[in-house]
Design a protein. Structure first.
Length: 436
């Protein structure tokens, strides 16, 4: 992408309304713009990151045989009256009516809707278990929307739902999803800590939040230090290990509400870590809470009726954009993990008015394109200082810098955004490093 034709309205000044670093950087890098309180437009650079995160989440859901669907944002109030949540949900729910005066709502979550779909489609125990998910915008009229897209009113969520014949099956689905979450966050370059949690308006009797460490996080973390150190993903592909891994987390390492008191300190002693974190996922097991009210019943092997056992599993996809920035930045800007970066490499032409320099840059850009490497080419008529600052701000993991001197020497400068390390290489060598 040539920056001269792109839409990337970066800001030099720090916007006064932004209290935390990710919000400041997202505004400055031209990733988002506020539309109204807690509601944002995604500009090209921000949207690209959002889509990349979505794709990692999607691949990991598909990998555990969870099937993608897409449910609407607008739901019928009657469905929520059946579950009893229409009145319970309170002012957080955005209620609307259509031209016939029918009560509708903008979905804050989809338990009712997916349960209705299951109930209308699956009749036999043979077609269970099922895991279904979608990635869709939600609306919650939060009392205090803040920190940009981190606590928005409109936000993108991956929500999955499991249907099983009995509690044991439901626990297995829960475990599968639990471990899949650990993998998802790792691929996103994050270390997420699972913690036993309250179930809130979703309901149920087992729940974990997934938190990443950040000083600006809204949640408190109290856990065993091995939560941070251990490599939890070893051996997780074997199904038989799922239960063990979840059990270890739940019983030994992960904090519970009561572990936040002095009992925790006694139990964990010097192994106790307390910190702040951002909730990037939340999973629930709630048994037959929705299936019993919405008729999600299948016929068992002996003709008996089985009310299915359910769980739901959320990931804050748009919140993750901010969470990743909170975890990956320095005082010059964002440092994207390779898996979500909007472009792999930034190409900087230091002398737009020098034909040799521009030719060398155009050649490099063609080489990158031909190799299938996504590059953002700063071909603008701007000072070198502005280009350096913008490139560091938007945080692409690699930079290739070409000026008159490098053209003369037949090299390019190749910079690692994270470490700041700068090496001189031939164009071909730089290309090979990026391919590897
Ligand atoms: N139905 C369940 C699971 S699918 C559910 O709605 N869970 S939740 O309420 O915990 O939301 C799931 C995830 O969405 C949270 O872990 C969080 O990462 C994200 N999320 C929740 N509220 C917001 C918000 N206001 N802004 C941005 N992300 C949010």
């Amino acid at each position: 992408m040539r920056l001269s034709t792109y839409f990337m309205p970066t800001l030099k000044e720090t916007p006064a309304e932004a209290q935390i670093v990710s919000h400041r950087l997202m505004l400055r890098a031209g990733m988002i713009r506020q539309s109204s309180a807690g509601i944002y437009s995604w500009l090209p650079l921000g949207l690209k990151v959002l889509k990349n995160i979505e794709q990692v989440v999607r691949e990991e859901q598909n990998a555990i045989n969870c099937h993608e669907v897409l449910m609407p944002t607008i739901q019928s109030a009657d469905l929520w009256r059946q579950s009893g949540r229409y009145d319970d949900y309170g002012p957080e729910m955005l209620r609307v009516s259509d031209r016939h005066g029918r009560d509708m709502l903008y979905g804050p979550t989809n338990e009712e809707q997916i349960t209705e779909i299951f109930a209308n489609s699956i009749r036999s125990y043979r077609d269970v278990p099922q895991l279904l998910y979608h990635i869709q915008w939600k609306f919650r009229d939060e009392v205090r929307p803040r920190f940009g897209i981190m606590r928005g009113r409109e936000f993108l969520m991956k929500d999955a739902y499991s249907f099983d014949l009995d509690k044991e099956g439901a626990q297995n689905s829960y475990n599968k999803m639990f471990v899949s979450y650990l993998k998802t966050y790792e691929r996103l370059g994050l270390k997420a800590i699972p913690m036993a949690a309250d179930t809130g308006p979703i309901g149920g009797d087992m729940s974990h939040e997934f938190l990443i460490l950040a000083e600006t996080g809204e949640s408190e973390i109290a856990c065993h230090n091995e939560c941070l150190n251990n490599n939890w993903l070893k051996d997780v592909d074997a199904d038989s290990n799922l239960g063990k891994i979840v059990h270890t987390f739940t019983e030994k390492y992960a904090a519970t509400d009561e572990m936040r008191d002095e009992k925790t300190e006694r139990a964990l002693g010097s192994n106790l870590i307390t910190a702040r974190g951002i909730e990037v996922g939340h999973i629930f097991y709630f048994g037959t809470k929705y299936s019993s009210k919405l008729g999600a019943v299948v016929t068992g092997p002996n003709g008996e009726e089985i009310t299915v056992e359910m769980g739901s599993y959320g990931i804050g996809v748009s919140r993750l954009v901010g969470a990743i920035i909170e975890a990956c930045h320095d005082d010059r800007g964002i440092i994207w993990p390779e898996t979500v970066t909007p472009y792999k490499v930034g190409l900087i032409n230091l002398r737009h008015d020098d034909d040799n320099c521009t030719n060398a840059c155009d050649n490099m850009y063609s080489l990158l394109k031909d190799a299938g490497i996504e590059a953002l080419y700063d071909d603008r008529d701007k000072k070198a200082g502005v280009k350096f600052a913008d490139m560091d701000l938007i945080g692409l993991p690699w930079q290739i810098i070409i000026g008159p001197k490098s053209v003369k020497d037949g090299i390019v400068e190749f910079k690692n955004r994270k470490t700041g390390e700068l090496v001189e290489l031939s164009a071909a060598a730089a290309l090979n490093l990026l391919k590897g």
